[in-house]
Design a protein around this ligand. Structure first.
Ligand SMILES: Cc1ncc(COP(=O)(O)O)c(C=O)c1O
Length: 414
């Protein structure tokens, strides 16, 4: 008998994805081909090991898929070696630490409070529990990475590994400078480009290649692939990293997801992907202009990439938590986010993070994003006004009604 409870929830989630303006900076909408791959018979196959070196029979066809994914990823970024098996970005980072560090080794990563990720040393995360993490952050005035402080810490702390990359940082990251510091200090340099990988692929953010020793990413953010992770590295680290991931910390790879990754990489190699990535940035700039016009304060003064951090505390005297809820009520999805030097607790936060990748996939252009920013500011400035709320809901509906993606489809991509 069909499990109606789950299918009905999936139907409701599909409707939510159709009706809402999705501004979570780490989300996207995959193509129907990727939906098909991730819902395919490849989920049935066990393939522990790597292509041509498996612990199970019958792997000849999944070997083809994984080899395509690896080769395409190396081609896109000019990497020497790729591993496409990490189930997630967190797994990718953990595998790198397991491969390159010993328990208690010193690591330098971006402060979580300034935009870094949990896996870059949070005390409750595997990273912070097992290694001696130190952090660098942003300058108090500019709210951009303080490269002088970074350099000083690399030389003072002498970490074995340095991690660059962030989850909530709206400006360009100077990987070349950071790599140079690491080389001079004898540290291994790792870049977690999860958020900006798609912009790097399109040549719209300076690449961590060939500067970094190891680069990790997720595949589901700007890259617009299925939920998962990947690792790229210099050949000298390849064996250790592959071994750390399997058998070190994962069992069988998710071959249906790896098929989705291979398709994603194929899509990234097409010309229209470059156009898409360019539009992500143009749209973020359009939002930046509108927020500033409306008198809102943006962390670091604005954006160079796909996301903005809006200081809602300074702009309209409310926490990120309250702003997120108000926006949810008018069908705009964002997330509360700490801002640098935040005086609120992380669960309240002074900011919201908004990103353009998902709605750019749905076809939104600059004018649409200007309208989105205007709706957000109007809603937040008139928090207690029911008539304003209803007007905002109607304005959101006008925008989403123009979208055709996923309109005549079901949740299984058929
Ligand atoms: C910079 C960065 N690294 C790693 C991750 C973790 O990815 P996942 O959620 O797939 O484990 C994220 C997720 O948001 C991220 O922003």
């Amino acid at each position: 008998m069909k499990d109606n409870a789950v299918f009905e929830s999936m139907e409701r989630e599909l409707n939510r994805q159709r009706q809402n303006i999705e501004l979570i900076a780490s989300e996207n909408f995959v193509s129907e081909d990727i939906l098909k791959a991730t819902g395919s018979v490849l989920t049935n196959k066990y393939a522990e090991g790597y292509p041509a070196k498996r612990y199970y029979g019958g792997c000849q066809f999944v070997d083809e898929v994984e080899t395509l994914a690896k080769d395409r990823l190396c081609t896109i970024f000019g990497a020497e070696h790729a591993n496409v098996q990490p189930h997630s970005g967190a797994q990718a980072n953990t595998a790198v630490y397991l491969a390159l560090l010993n328990h208690g080794d010193k690591v330098l990563g971006m402060s979580l409070a300034d935009g870094g990720h949990l896996t870059h040393g949070h005390p409750l995360n595997f990273s912070g529990i097992n290694y001696e993490f130190h952090s660098y952050g942003v300058d108090k005035e500019s709210e951009m990475i303080d490269y002088e402080e970074f350099k000083r810490k690399v030389f003072e702390i002498k970490p074995k590994l340095v991690v660059a990359g962030a989850s909530a940082y709206s400006r360009t990251i100077d990987f070349e400078f950071m790599a140079q510091c690491c080389q001079e200090a004898g540290a291994i340099f790792m870049v977690d480009m999860a958020h900006i990988a798609g912009l790097v692929a399109a040549g719209l953010h300076p690449s961590p290649f060939p500067h970094a020793d190891v680069v990790t990413t997720t595949t589901h953010k700007t890259l617009r692939g299925p939920r998962g992770g990947a690792i790229m590295c210099k050949e000298q680290y390849a064996k250790d990293i592959d071994r750390a991931l399997f058998p070190g910390m994962q069992g069988g790879p998710l071959m249906h997801v790896i098929a989705g990754k291979a398709i994603c990489f194929h899509e990234v190699m097409q010309d229209d992907y470059k156009e898409y990535a360019g539009q992500i940035i143009k749209n973020a700039k359009a939002m930046e202009e509108s927020f500033i016009e409306e008198g809102f304060r943006l962390v670091a003064g604005g954006t160079d990439n796909h996301l903005l951090l809006v200081d809602v505390k300074a702009s309209c005297g409310m926490t990120g938590k309250v702003a997120e809820k108000l926006l949810d009520e008018i069908n705009i999805t964002t997330n509360k986010n700490a801002i640098p030097f935040d005086t609120e607790k992380p669960f309240q936060a002074s900011g919201i993070r908004v990103g353009t990748p998902a709605m750019t996939t749905k076809g939104f252009k600059e004018a649409d994003f200007r309208e989105v920013a205007k709706i957000i500011t109007y809603c937040l400035k008139n928090a207690d006004n029911q008539a304003v709320k209803e007007e905002c809901i109607a304005r959101v509906k006008v925008l989403v009604d123009k979208v055709t993606m996923y309109q005549n489809k079901t949740y299984i991509g058929d």
